[in-house]
Design a protein around this ligand. Structure first.
Ligand code: BDR
Ligand code: CA
Length: 309
């Protein structure tokens, strides 16, 4: 199996990502690190531990990370994810607490200890990852790839042009993009398209298996999407984990990406230079060189829904 670490802000769709990652036989989930985003970091830790217990995977190490972005204040998304960050479903409190090391320490330890290079899957603001890359740059040698949910080629969600995870901590995202590691950007353009049909959501909700049932509840909470008459639920962050388990379901182009760090209405936008054709090595117009990122432009929706189910 592929060794993976998820860095998350659980979060309804982060929870969907965790439920999938613990069950996919091709993935070896070695650790989970938590960061402030959808809710405060203590809420994220609590939600993450609860999800693991519901999923029957209580032993995965979980660590608490950054309480706020590098420069910005904390701006949660409780209006989307509920007061507890998990849709206020009344889930039980976890029976264990987080590891006694912080997220950056756990990330370093697990990355360097892995016999095979690790794939990192951040599904949250990139604060922990930026701190890791700046504090322990030696980890890069044992990172296979970073597949992050964040950014957008087209429209944003936190603002008209910026996606939430990048907007929340733009400096951290810029550090990630310039880290010299292979990066896949699973942005809003594909994120919003992978929707589980209503009939499948209903089947999950009726399951006798607690992890599957929780996935159904969370998906139902994310709907209605697309078809109002048969509300389904978007996989959201879980799609980024599908992209690691089954990369052939994702169409990516290697393109220059820059985060807009300027103050003002476009702060946090990922500026993707689509003038570069795949296979072309450089643009001959004097453009500043930007890091190249494998940007997801298309996704096999039914394939990922089937994989998830
Ligand atoms: C991202 O923001 C969060 O609310 C979701 O969990 C996802 O990671 C989408 O912009
Ligand atoms: Ca998230």
């Amino acid at each position: 199996p592929i060794p993976v670490i998820i860095d998350c802000d659980t979060g309804i769709d982060d929870a969907l990502a965790l439920l999938f990652a613990v069950r996919h036989p091709g993935l070896d989930l070695r650790a989970i690190t938590c960061v402030a985003g959808n809710t405060d970091v203590d809420g994220v830790v609590r939600n993450t531990l609860t999800v693991l217990e519901q999923a029957g995977a209580p032993d995965v190490p979980v660590a608490r990370g950054a309480e706020r972005p590098l420069l910005e204040p904390l701006r949660t998304a409780r209006h989307v994810h509920g007061h507890d960050g998990m849709g206020d479903l009344g889930l039980p409190a976890p029976t264990r607490t987080a590891a006694d090391v912080d997220a950056v320490t756990l990330l370093r330890r697990e990355i360097l200890a892995s016999p095979r290079p690790v794939t990192l899957i951040p599904t949250a603001p990139l604060t922990n990852i930026a701190l890791l890359l700046r504090t322990h740059p030696e980890v890069v040698r044992n990172i296979e790839r970073i597949v992050f949910m964040g950014g957008a080629v087209a429209a944003g969600n936190a603002t008209p042009v910026a996606e939430f995870n990048v907007w929340h901590d733009p400096e951290a995202a810029a550090i990630l993009l310039t880290a010299g590691v292979p990066i896949t950007m699973y942005g809003l353009d594909v994120f919003q398209r992978v929707v589980v049909p209503g009939a499948d959501v209903r089947r999950l909700r009726a399951s006798a298996e607690p992890g599957a049932r929780l996935a159904g509840e969370l998906l139902a909470h994310r709907g209605p999407v697309v078809d109002e008459s048969d509300p389904g639920g978007g996989l959201g962050d879980a799609g980024a984990v599908c992209a690691v388990a089954d990369p052939q379901g994702l169409t990516t182009h290697r393109l220059p990406v820059e985060v807009n760090l300027a103050a003002g209405p476009a702060r946090g936008q990922t500026i993707v230079d689509r003038r570069r054709r795949p296979g072309e090595s450089e643009i001959h117009d004097g453009t500043r060189e930007q890091p190249l990122v494998d940007v997801a432009l298309d996704v096999a929706v039914e394939r990922y829904v089937k994989l998830y189910l």
